[in-house]
Ligand binder design. Sequence first.
Ligand code: CA
Length: 432
Amino acid sequence: MAYKDEQLNEEKVFKDPVHRYVHVKDLVIWDLIGTPEFQRLRRIKQLGTSYLTFHGAEHSRFNHSLGVYEILRRIIFNFEKKVNWNREDKLLCLCAALLHDLGHGPFSHSFEKVFKLDHEEYTRKIILGETEVNRILLKVDPGFPQQVADVINKTHEDKLIISLISSQIDADRMDYLQRDAYFTGVSYGHFDMERILRVMRPQEDQVVIKESGMHAVEDYIMSRYQMYWQVYFHPVTRSAEVILTKILHRAKHLYLNDYAFKQKPIHFFSFFEGDVKLEEYLKLDEPVVMYYFQMWLEEEDAILSELCERFMNRRLFKYTEFNPNLQMNQWMELYRLFQEADIDPEYYLVVDSSSDLPYDFYRPGEEEERLPINLLIPKTNELKELSRQSDIVEAISGKKRTDHKLYFPQDLLDGMDDNSQIKKRILEILFD
Ligand code: CA
């Protein structure tokens, strides 16, 4: 029997808090889960620094990837009689779902920013490079690794398969919203996925939703909206991320200036130098990063050790509303005052801006072209874009919201002499 057709003698199940069980029958899937590259995802948290705000949020990208796979498995089952998929098409869906986040590194957001990395590029490298994952995919078919990479990359010719994994209503989002809600413990983020799966229909190259399922989709869109503002962009989480980012900046700066680290950060060398080979990329997971932060507590460099101490012991920066575009003069004055107070503003005065577009219909030529969610009107068999039918979705459609915050070490300011003019002026600007 061809490798791609082989089934396990007995179905394997993973107990899952969101989907109850994740079912695996295909040998290919089972083998992929067992690779070092996939197992590594256990050591990358799904929500980065969110656990410092929501202590339950320690779940990993491993959990999430299995969840996306399970949702796809159910969709394939529902679509069985409606699409002409052969064995390889189905495997393609499942593999792309399982592997879509394979290239995520530790604390992706901060690492990508500081070291100019792109996790999608590493996903491709892992799938196409000399890895266990690649060897398994090759056994399916010599062209199969490329196909999987193309689906994840959204360049594959089968647009239906792409839309199941990345669109405005896809398996990825449906898993992470529910999973992140579960692990953070918030009440937003829950919606009726079972219902959505039942009303999803494949139609040529897209997935559409039966009109009767509109309210379930509204609920899903609102869940996403709430999760972004209540969880993903939580100002305390961003404070931890700001500190993490500054630690990486400082360590890189020291390395490039020949600072003699007590503990040589060998795992970081290629990151600092800006040329990260796949092999090195895969070795740096979150436990390794935390090991270095622990070691850097002992470093001579006061900024590096102080920032690590903050991160390890959750002594985070405080924040205030601050729009740098409108408050340029205050920003420049604060920067100067911090310098005078001997608190390096490069590391201790940080503006962070987060923005989200909850849903949008297709606007040709705009920077972010998005495929709309279409409702299928059964009587006439025509398609109608969601925001035309739903008042709730229309209200938030195309509305990008941005939040600017200024982060600073309140404790250091508190420690300054109360009679200091510098302190008075800083507080005046920050809290006026
Ligand atoms: Ca994902």
